[in-house]
Design a protein around this ligand. Sequence first.
Ligand code: 6PG
Length: 478
Amino acid sequence: MSAQIGVTGLAVMGANLARNLARNGYTVALHNRSVEKTDALLEKHGGEGDFIRTESLQELVDSLEKPRRVLIMVKAGAPVDSVIEQLEPLLEAGDIIIDAGNSHYEDTRRREAALAEKNLHFVGVGVSGGEEGALLGPSIMPGGSRESYDSLGPMLEKISAKYNGEACCRWIGTDGAGHFVKMVHNGIEYADMQVIGEAYDVLRTAAGIEPADQAKIFTEWNTGTLSSFLIEITAEVLAHTDDRTGKPFVDVVVDSAGQKGTGRWTVVSALELGSPTSGIAESVFARGLSSQRGQRELAQGILEGHEGTVELPEGFVEDVRLALYASKLVSYAQGIDMLTAAATEYGWDLKLDEIASLWRAGCIIRAELLDDIMKAYAGDARPANLLLAPAFAESIAGAVPAWRRVVATAVQLGIPVPVFSSSLAYYDGLRRKRLPAALTQGLRDLFGAHTYNRVDAEGTFHTLWGEDRSEVEAVDTH
Ligand code: 6PG
């Protein structure tokens, strides 16, 4: 018996993907650096399908049908390079190495190029849905060559989540495209969680609504346009009471949010692409600030808040819902804008409707909204920005009055709402006829002769600030 796919790296994610493949009828060869993990998996779940136990990478490779498919699920970074280095001499032209971890897309591009020279396919695959998704059906974002997808795609589609019967897995594009899209997914995931946190904070601090009652509000919100996995689990976490103290669970958790880096990568990449991903950036910075516990403690004793008093407008809870909806929409718009910029930069033919479609189930950001986002980009529709798609232009405009009230209230009361407010600033920045960037250009021209364009004439100009302030046409821009 030979296996259709081998999996090396059997920590929870790798083990669950292997089990998912076996449960879907594939014969799966198993390998782990320490054989105990392999045996533990076989002992507990060996009955779920056909597995082949192996003790070395050589044995793993020997157990596979050709072209071989080897899926690596180890920690991103150097461990991936190390496994590739060991595997490569054991493989033959046409074989496929699959990296299903959260690798940086630049690493994936580098690895793909190096292995292509040796006639090996390297497929960086974004996988979302956490441990449960890996087992029951994740959202899958494969990059790599089209040819490798012909061999691998059907398997990945079979084990992926389904939305109304449609597989949440599509070939994303060449080399690092799959990992890039997964990275942006995570950036949006950060922003999504931050806006939920801001809504919670405003409801609690401004309106005095306790976590258990908020759980009911979030459950209610989960039935409307906000319906999503993250809203659903927010209700679950807020409803939870700590066993030890009887307090709301959120009150006994240290308020410093960790991160493994994918959100940060998204922002670094957005900066490089020149894509204004302010909401996602603020959500990463919010985690950073939350983790500066020493400074925060000192500041509590030193920095005055001078909070104002605010009479909450009627329907404040609904206002918060709309502010959350609008800010969330901006994060998606910014993430998608980044995808568009990356497609140009890296030569990827990213299909935005397909990407939205495979985020509809299985992944952490799965949401009803994604079905509408998919429709906004379907067919020939290419809105320059998600917010300009007619359906969204209308729904976000409808939320604006409430959004402004919530941001103003939070500012008055000293409640930090970095994503609510920066998203509103983005919205206003996008729609304003004139921006103060004109003044910035003037300043740049004065101190550095950086030149500017005029609203009423073609060409590039410079004012002779140190002389008679006459204007000259500039040849060079610097
Ligand atoms: C997913 C998640 C997952 C990620 C966690 C942790 O799509 O299943 O994005 O890949 O590892 O969400 O991310 P942080 O530790 O950075 O919050």
